[in-house]
Design a protein around this ligand. Structure first.
Ligand code: HEC
Length: 146
């Protein structure tokens, strides 16, 4: 267990860093979507720590985290609707040039997370679900986030 402590501590530090990353963002549109993404990030971390073995597997906690991801992913089309880019935002203008594609990926994340929230029973289920969830984050971020 002791060997895992540094990893766990690092994850907590990272999470704390993420919480203040958007400090000073005053635009309410940008802040709302960053907050939603931070919540998605925090819950994805919960799943990641369990997959790595840095946190004990617990199906109920995993399902709840997946549910939170689904809820906030479902809000993305509304949260990103207005084209607002401020210096602290990492959103790329391509979002609004390809809005259907963007919301399509958000919907994909919502679907895989909702499926996970209803079906995770074993660590293997979680591993597969996190792969699908992580794939959606990556496919959106690589095109639409700085
Ligand atoms: C449909 C596209 C899309 C999907 C899917 C998506 N993201 Fe994001 N994410 C963005 C965009 C765009 C930003 C930048 C927003 C900004 O800075 O205005 C962002 C920003 C973030 C941030 C930084 C928030 C902040 O405080 O500045 C985190 C953390 C994050 N995403 C995590 C995730 C994780 C984890 C997933 C998958 C579970 C995910 N995102 C899925 C588009 C997406």
């Amino acid at each position: 267990m002791t060997t895992k402590t540094p990893l766990f501590a690092a994850a907590i530090l990272l999470a704390a860093g993420a919480a203040v990353a958007h400090q000073g963002v005053t635009n309410p549109t940008v802040k709302a979507r960053m907050d939603a993404m931070s919540t998605i990030g925090k819950n994805t971390k919960t799943l990641g720590l369990m997959v790595k073995g840095a946190a004990e597997f617990d199906a109920k906690t995993a399902r709840q985290a997946a549910e939170e991801i689904a809820v906030h992913a479902a809000r993305a089309p509304e949260l990103f609707e207005a084209e607002v880019i401020t210096p602290k935002s990492e959103a790329l203008p391509e979002i609004w040039e390809n809005y259907d594609d963007f919301t399509g990926i958000a919907n994909e994340l919502k679907e895989v997370a909702a499926k996970a929230a209803a079906s995770i029973d074993t660590p293997d289920d979680l591993r597969v679900a996190l792969g699908e969830i992580g794939g959606a984050c990556k496919s959106c971020h690589q095109t639409y986030r700085k």
